[in-house]
Write a protein that binds this ligand. Structure first.
Ligand code: G3P
Length: 216
């Protein structure tokens, strides 16, 4: 399973990348706004900077919701760098645009996916990645990890090539459960990635080894 970081924060992207286990980056308009990135030129520049930091797929989300506008915006984003993946919302015009991007060799990430039916449509349109938002599903009293397992089963039976990118990850346990459920990628906040490191017995064991090493 690949690890993407889900942020537009450059310091966090660098920290995750320095670990050596980062495969890509996802952003969304909320994450860009959180970093205070405003105006088209600054937005495009920020994506370019991320592409220079991380050698892997970098999702950049369109803000348009109408087919022609999505295509024009996506073309502009894709022109920033070969690693840019155009992130498109799961709406009717989004599906049409996904198909257009697929036919024109532009990689895509279908976002805001909350059901198996939506995941089937994204795959039919040739999306490179599909992003089920598991944390938000949990928030609404459904089981987000179950959706990952269901999509993984469907894609396997049907031979769909779209990669399952589990998004809206809220904890290290989400990452583990998504790995078990068959996600191809987890896109995570830095805290959830670093949370995988933690175990009190590791800390206790290391303290003991270092103490005993003084007697060596
Ligand atoms: O990748 C989608 C993700 O950023 C949404 O996460 O925590 O806002 O549900 P969250």
């Amino acid at each position: 399973m690949k690890f993407f970081i889900d942020t537009a924060n450059l310091a966090q992207i660098k920290e995750a990348n320095d670990l050596g286990v980062l495969d890509g980056v996802t952003t969304n308009p909320s994450l860009m706004a959180k970093e205070g990135i405003k105006g088209e030129a600054n937005i495009l520049k920020h994506y370019e900077t991320i592409c220079e930091l991380v050698d892997g797929p970098i999702s950049a989300e369109v803000l348009s919701t109408e087919f022609n506008a999505i295509v024009e915006e996506g073309k502009k984003l894709a022109a920033i760098h070969p690693n840019i993946v155009v992130k498109v919302p799961m709406i009717k015009d989004g599906i049409k645009a996904l198909k257009w991007f697929t036919d024109n060799g532009i990689k895509t990430n279908c976002t805001l996916v909350f059901s198996a039916g939506q995941a089937i449509l994204a795959a039919k349109a040739g999306a490179t990645f599909v992003s089920p938002f598991i944390g938000r599903i949990d928030d609404s009293n459904w089981d987000g990890v179950e959706l990952i397992a269901q999509i993984a089963q469907i894609y396997s039976i049907q031979g769909f090539k779209t990669e399952i990118l589990a998004a809206s990850i809220r904890s290290p346990l989400h990452i583990i459960k998504c790995a078990e459920a068959g996600a191809d990628i987890c896109t995570c906040p830095l805290d959830s990635i670093l949370g995988l490191l933690k175990h009190p017995l590791t800390d206790i064991g290391l303290a003991k080894f270092l103490e005993d090493a003084k007697k060596m």
